[in-house]
Design a protein around this ligand. Structure first.
Ligand code: T3D
Length: 258
């Protein structure tokens, strides 16, 4: 059904695999369309309670396909507004956890894609590079938003200004990676992590995502009010009732995502 990505749903987990290994999974217009479509599908489906974005072969994603750009006069603003920005907003607006399973290099907008995800699981062989500077550009696709929020403004400026490679260990040390996984068992370790998230109260996770991202923008008073609003919604879910019931009955809860 898709040409540039693979899409698979199994046991509550939707996996979007960027699939242009010969180009290090670099973005094309088609790939943007397909990723957005797959994100929408997964977001809507009640069978899906966790999403994974990963890459085929040696790379996670190498940013824009630069061979596509040769000899082309680009309206950069339009290019980003039409292709990159909707993809990033779709990830943010998906009220389910989105994991970036960074199997290899994540460069340029590929790094921004990983930053836009909620959790980053990183193969020990992976590395990041904010490669925009190497071709005289500035971080886009939310790079200027996510990077300082995740690693702090000082480190973000350094990474963006130098484009230096960040190993998996360094990424973990500075809070860019949530977990380093073995290269050998990468897929299995990612699936295990995702399966854990897919069994949790999905509606609460969606609300946590909304409230936490809003929380970094709002003041305390606004945050307290927004938490109260979200708790009203969470408190009326079947999973909340099940959690309390299971606690009282001294058993493990079985959450259904409802
Ligand atoms: O118009 C606009 O550009 C606006 C949009 C901007 C968004 C952006 O993402 S800008 C940033 C674009 N990306 C880059 O600048 C990264 C370019 N690639 C690299 O710096 C390196 O390839 C990597 C650090 C990603 C990996 O290095 P390495 O040494 O592991 O591999 P390699 O040998 O350089 O690349 C392997 C192959 O992938 C190679 O193909 P070949 O020679 O074996 O046939 C290489 O050409 C290809 N490849 C890697 N990145 C891209 C790419 N092909 C097209 N576009 C790429 N971005």
């Amino acid at each position: 059904m898709y040409e540039t990505i693979l899409y698979d749903v199994m046991e509550g987990i939707a996996t979007i695999t960027l699939n242009r290994p010969e180009k290090f999974n670099a973005f094309t217009e088609k790939m943007h369309k397909e990723i957005i479509d797959a994100l929408k599908q997964a977001g809507k489906s009640s069978d899906v309670r966790c999403l994974i974005i990963t890459g085929t072969g040696k790379a996670f994603n190498a940013g824009q396909d630069l061979s596509d750009m040769q000899g082309v006069e680009v309206d950069f603003g339009e290019f980003l507004r039409k292709r990159y920005n909707p993809m990033i907003m779709q990830i943010r607006n998906t009220e389910k956890p989105v994991i970036a399973a960074v199997n290899g290099v994540a460069a340029g907008a590929g790094m921004s894609l990983a930053l836009a995800c909620d959790i980053r699981l990183v193969s020990e062989k992976a590395f990041f590079t904010n490669a925009f500077i190497n071709i005289g550009l500035v971080p886009d696709s939310g790079g200027c938003y996510f990077l300082p929020r995740i690693v702090g403004i000082g480190k973000a400026l350094e990474l963006a200004m130098t484009g230096e490679k960040i190993s998996a260990e360094e990424a973990y040390r500075i809070g860019l990676a949530n977990k380093i996984c073995s290269a050998e068992n990468f897929e299995a370790e990612v699936k295990e992590y995702a399966a854990r998230l897919a069994k949790l109260p999905t509606k609460s996770i969606g609300l946590i995502k909304r409230a936490m991202y809003k929380g970094v923008e709002m003041n305390l008073e606004e945050t307290l009010e927004y938490e109260a609003y979200c708790q009203d919604i969470a408190g009326s879910t079947a999973d909340h009732k099940e959690g309390v019931q299971a606690f009282l009955e001294k058993r493990s809860p079985v959450f259904t995502g409802k």
